[in-house]
Design a protein around this ligand. Structure first.
Ligand SMILES: CCCC/C=C/CC(=O)SCCNC(=O)CCNC(=O)[C@H](O)C(C)(C)COP(=O)(O)OP(=O)(O)OC[C@H]1O[C@@H](n2cnc3c(N)ncnc32)[C@H](O)[C@@H]1OP(=O)(O)O
Length: 283
């Protein structure tokens, strides 16, 4: 089990051997763990306590994908090392009382990560072993298949509950996953679904009762995808995803400006502040 940086240093993974320049700050390396398996990698988010997607976490995930693709890794299982949580979504502290520079970097890095993961040539399976609200759900939806641990966890795009709006590319990813009608309703209501509900609407593909089964099922699922000729599988995926990818690629600057202006409004700042307080009060 290794971090991105330590893998590069030790030259352990065959598909990472040609590794060249990487962002080698210690902060990035401690956030994502890569594990070699036969022909694929397990990418585990390990930003305790809840894998919130801070700028550094987003960049660490991005960097992992760059290295894996560069080194011809064919598939990944994206999962979490934080008990009970897949990812709590975007780090709300990044959006609350931010500096302009950091907010710009944060959103631009998220756009990049989405473009990479949603358009990845690798086969990608999300092993959702805990809560996956908002940005956590988005990460899972970027994958080709979703296996969720059954239990008390919730998944969905709950942005409206925070008084914020999921951007168009979140919406596109949602629509491509569960369809227009379900998305329209769930986006407005900010619905968070139980694993059983998520399975019913197609937000996840399979449920598993425990982690031992989960790992085996995720591996079997990834192998099924990897058995298909890679180019045919990738181009077929792109037929569904390319419109959304093209749309964001062509409008990144406008999307960034829209996000920054929206995030900085008094109403959004007030809402985020109250939400952070409510999370803190819980403890
Ligand atoms: C402006 C347009 C932008 C549109 C896009 C937005 C997309 C997003 O992703 S917005 C983020 C949405 N995320 C959420 O609503 C999740 C909030 N968190 C939770 O519901 C719960 O934390 C949890 C169900 C994920 C886990 O619950 P658990 O009881 O295990 O842990 P907590 O005690 O609640 O949290 C521990 C710790 O972590 C902090 N935290 C939780 N979530 C976030 C987050 N998203 N960003 C930053 N920090 C978070 C929480 O405050 C606790 O901190 P302390 O230990 O310091 O109190």
């Amino acid at each position: 089990m290794m971090s991105v940086t330590s893998i590069a240093r030790n030259k352990v993974l065959p598909f990472l051997r040609k590794s060249t320049k990487m962002q080698s700050t210690a902060s990035l390396s401690s956030l994502v763990k890569l594990e070699e398996k036969q022909g694929y990698a397990v990418v585990s988010m390990q930003k305790t306590p809840v894998n919130s997607l801070s700028l550094e976490m987003i960049q660490a995930l991005s960097q992992s994908l760059i290295e894996l693709e560069k080194n011809k890794c064919k598939g990944i299982i994206l999962t979490s090392a934080c008990p009970g949580i897949f990812s709590a979504g975007l780090d709300i502290r990044e959006m609350y009382q931010p500096t302009d520079d950091r907010l710009n970097q944060f959103w631009s890095s998220l756009q990049t990560l989405w473009l990479q993961l949603y358009g990845s040539k690798m086969a990608t399976v999300a092993l959702i072993n805990g809560h996956a609200p908002a940005g956590g759900c988005l990460l899972a939806m970027c994958c080709d298949s979703r296996i969720m641990l059954n239990g008390k966890s919730k998944i969905g795009l709950n942005e409206t509950k925070l008084g914020i709006v999921a951007p168009s590319w979140f919406k596109d990813t949602f629509v491509n996953t569960i369809g227009v009608r379900q998305s329209e309703r769930a986006l407005q209501l900010g619905s968070l679904f139980s694993p059983e509900e998520a399975l019913k609407i197609g937000l996840v593909d399979k449920l598993v009762p425990d982690m031992e089964t989960a790992t085996a099922v995720a591996e079997a699922e990834l192998k099924e995808f990897l058995q298909i000729p890679g180019m045919a599988r990738y181009l077929s995926k792109m037929k569904i995803r390319e419109a959304a990818i093209k749309d964001l690629s062509e409008t990144r600057e406008a999307d960034l400006n829209q996000f920054v202006n929206f995030a900085k409004t008094d109403a959004v700042q007030k809402g985020l502040g109250l939400y952070l307080q409510s999370l803190a009060k819980k403890n």
